[in-house]
Write a protein that binds this ligand. Structure first.
Ligand code: SF4
Ligand code: F3S
Length: 112
C-alpha cells in the first residue's frame, strides 16, 4: 500500500504535503507532485495536510491510473522536501474537472 497524489493537485500544487513527510518521498513536476510508491511508508500524515484533498490511499477504488503515474514520474522528477510558494491562482483551480487531460505536464519541476 502507498498514498498517491491525484488529479486535483494539478495546477493547485500547494506543497503543504512535502513538509510533513517523514521519508521525503515527494517528487516535483512542473505543475503537480507525485509520491514514490516504494518509498512511502503509509503513515498517512500528508493526506489531511493537502488543502486540495489531492492525496489518497491506494486502497480507494479507481486510483490505478494515478498509482501508475506516481510511480512513473517519481523515477524521473526531482525530490522536493521544502514547501515553496504555490501558484498564485492555486485556489481558482481547486476542483476544476478534467485537469489531467487539459493540463498535465510531464516536465520536471525544479526540486529543492
Ligand atoms: Fe510521506 Fe506518509 Fe504521505 Fe507516504 S503517507 S507520502 S510516507 S507523509
Ligand atoms: Fe498537491 Fe496537495 Fe501536495 S495540492 S502539492 S498534493 S499539498
Amino acid at each position: 500500500m502507498t498514498y498517491v497524489v491525484v488529479e486535483n493537485c494539478i495546477k493547485c500544487k500547494y506543497m503543504d504535503c512535502v513538509e510533513v513527510c517523514p521519508v521525503d518521498c515527494f517528487y516535483e513536476g512542473e505543475n503537480m507532485l507525485v509520491i514514490h510508491p516504494d518509498e512511502c511508508i503509509d503513515c498517512g500524515v500528508c493526506e489531511p495536510e493537502c488543502p486540495a484533498e489531492a492525496i489518497k490511499p491506494d486502497t480507494e477504488p479507481g486510483l490505478e491510473k494515478w498509482l501508475e503515474l506516481n510511480a512513473e514520474y517519481a523515477k524521473i522528477w526531482p525530490n522536493i522536501t521544502v514547501k515553496k510558494e504555490p501558484p498564485p491562482d492555486a485556489k481558482d483551480w481547486d476542483g476544476v474537472p478534467d485537469k489531467y487531460r487539459k493540463f498535465f505536464s510531464p516536465e520536471p519541476g525544479e526540486g529543492d
